[in-house]
Design a protein around this ligand. Structure first.
Ligand code: NAD
Length: 321
């Protein structure tokens, strides 16, 4: 029988695409998210019976959901995810990202250690390492609030798995992009929306920050394969980098996206106001390829085109932009 699955942050970029994928595979999937106005948009025909509008900082609520719905796998994708929000509200970011994660681990430890917990860590958890690329053995050495919230939760997940024998997966992805991202401060969707609305696109950094870029469907595959590996083996802890062959700076990405819209003049302003960010990141992802057979399937041009098309079709969702 297929496992009952809970996705926290199921209205987010990763959670919503993971939800769609698992539904297609006929899993019984539940969402917990606190974004109250989201259902009105209803762009992916959610089954409202399977959606819990609520906050995972409410321990009683999540315990109730896990017990009542007989949850066997939890994908914890919910978090404060915006680097600038985290700098504005470090206390809330630490509370939400660290204590939220801890709530699930404690409940699993107490009620049923067989529940699989898959945590969305990040390449940001490594911080600025200065080497060519991070492997899974690179020390977590972050500095800024979002990054430290990810490193801490990542270590806490490892601690619960190693100390209490919990089955835990930890995925450290590079920058994700794709349809259904409602965050406005991200490079790819922010730039596409600016093009479609004929607005000036403001680059908050110097434009020289380097990142891996991965289409969300490829990340969803990595999460799925990790879940299967935890179900089908006795190994308790799996940690994987999920990187990309597309590693470039902001200007490189802007050039790529600009090509999608040959006819329009594109307006850009470099603000260079954001200094509290890692300058360069690159993940080594040989381990997940070797152990789980994961491959990056979506090439950058196709991924960007799909993303662009989605925003074109749904631009009415972004009225206030
Ligand atoms: N997007 C990326 O580039 C990227 C890269 C690496 C890792 N990650 C990690 O992957 C995960 C998913 O990222 P995303 O881009 O889909 O994020 P997102 O910002 O699109 O979605 C996060 C969701 O979490 C929900 N949420 C936050 N706090 C909550 C709470 N207390 N209770 C209930 N719901 C809550 C929000 O309402 C939102 O819908 C995050 O943990 C993020 O740190 C993202």
């Amino acid at each position: 029988m297929k496992q009952n699955i809970l996705i926290t942050g199921g209205f987010g970029l990763l959670g919503s695409n993971l939800y769609k994928f698992l539904k297609q595979k006929n899993y019984n999937v539940f969402i917990l998210d606190k974004k109250k106005n989201f259902l009105k948009k209803n762009y992916q025909r959610l089954d409202k019976k399977n959606v819990f509008l609520g906050d995972y900082l409410d321990k009683d609520l999540i315990k109730k959901i896990i017990v009542k719905k007989k949850i066997k796998v939890i994908f914890h994708t919910g978090a404060v995810t915006q680097v600038l929000d985290a700098i504005d509200s470090p206390e809330y970011t630490y509370t939400n990202n660290i204590f939220g994660t801890l709530n699930f681990l404690e409940i699993i430890r107490k009620i049923n250690k067989k529940i699989i917990f898959i945590y969305s860590s990040s390449d940001k958890a490594y911080g600025e390492v200065g080497k060519k690329s991070y492997t899974e053995n690179t020390c977590l050495n972050s500095v800024f609030p979002y990054d430290v919230s990810k490193s801490c939760s990542d270590l806490i997940c490892q601690s619960y798995s190693k100390t209490f024998n919990l089955k835990v997966g930890i995925l450290r992805c590079g920058n994700l992009y794709g349809p259904g991202d409602f965050n406005r401060n991200r490079l790819i969707n922010g730039f596409i929306i600016s093009i479609l609305k004929d607005k000036i696109f403001k680059i908050r950094s110097s434009g020289k920050l380097v990142r891996d870029y991965l289409f969300v469907d490829d990340a969803v595959q990595a999460y799925y394969l990790t879940m299967l590996s935890l179900i089908n083996s006795n190994r308790k802890l799996r940690i994987y980098n999920v990187g990309s062959k597309y590693n470039m700076n902001v200007f490189g990405m802007i050039k790529k996206i600009s090509k999608l819209n040959k006819n329009k003049k594109i307006k850009i302003k470099v603000l260079n106001t954001s200094k509290k960010e890692i300058t360069s990141q690159k993940l080594n992802y040989k381990k997940i390829s070797k152990e789980l057979g994961w491959k990056q399937k979506v090439n950058l041009d196709d991924g960007l085109q799909k993303t662009y098309n989605w925003y074109k079709e749904h631009i009415h969702f972004f009225k206030k932009y």
